[in-house]
Design a protein around this ligand. Structure first.
Ligand SMILES: [Zn+2]
Length: 261
């Protein structure tokens, strides 16, 4: 049994009961498949606190909304009471792309068109003719299906960082979206490195590598990416432990406040 990663912040700093966190899964697609969604399935997993409810009044509005209200206040002297911050109940967000063979486009070209990050990953997994995977990739990911799942973006709100929620949310996403995929890949790099020195960026990458290793990702050859094959036992056990840890987190939070759960 793999132990869940230790919290980097004391649990009493968590904005509210983690048992309130809900995950919404969205798939972006057009009716006429005009963006080749049968080749690239773009999933978004939003972690949020559901509807505004009793007990969440203490969660402050986000900085952007406060700045916007200040501007309105300065300009007109009056801010509409109904102008709410819709972001304050947002915990975080993951973006995942399921790359599929047998759709209306070649997966290599679809990834190339989609983004620089996906294109660079495609370069490392497809062979030169773009008709199959490289030998190196197939040695790792031979079983489990033809598709590949890419964890493309992960963002956790400032107030929610340090409690292991990124891996916990990803563990849930992989359980739902990885079936049919032989492997899952991630690029451990900050989404926005502007203003970071080289050292700061390297340290951020190291921390992300540690974070994603808790889900069973390992370095993918000499590329900057990490990978796990869905047929491996270790990632499955680690992800199971993370999902279990989510339940324990809620129990710990409630026990600390002696709330019946
Ligand atoms: Zn806001």
């Amino acid at each position: 049994m793999t132990a869940a990663p230790a919290l980097k912040r004391p649990l009493d700093q968590m904005p509210c009961d983690p048992g309130y966190i809900r995950l919404s899964y969205e798939l972006e697609a057009s009716l006429d498949n005009s963006n080749y969604e049968d080749t690239l399935e773009k999933w978004r997993v939003i972690a949020h606190l559901g509807e505004d409810r009793f007990g969440l009044e203490h969660i402050p509005p986000c900085g952007k909304c406060v700045a916007r209200w200040n501007q309105i206040e300065e300009a007109s002297g009056h801010v509409d009471e109904d102008d709410e911050c819709l972001h304050r109940l947002r915990v975080g967000m993951l973006e995942l792309v399921k790359v599929r063979w047998g759709g209306s486009q070649n997966p290599f070209w679809a990834m190339e068109e989609e983004s620089q990050n996906l294109y660079e990953i495609a370069e490392t997994i497809f062979d030169d003719e773009h008709t199959g995977f490289t030998e190196e990739f197939e040695e790792i990911a031979e079983w489990g299906g033809n598709d590949v799942l890419v964890l493309d973006k992960a963002e956790i709100g400032e107030a929610w960082r340090g409690f292991g929620l990124g891996p916990a949310i990803a563990a849930d996403a992989f359980r739902r979206l990885a079936p049919g995929c032989s492997a899952v890949m991630v690029h451990p790099a900050p989404i926005d490195a502007t203003g970071m020195t080289r050292d700061e960026r390297d340290r951020a990458c190291d921390r992300l590598r540690e974070t994603w290793a808790t889900l069973g990702f390992v370095p993918y050859g000499d590329t900057p990416y990490m990978i796990f094959a869905t047929c491996w036992a270790d990632p499955e056990e680690k992800q199971h432990a993370l999902r279990k840890a989510s339940r324990e987190l809620t129990m710990q939070w409630r026990a600390a406040r002696q709330i019946d759960g």
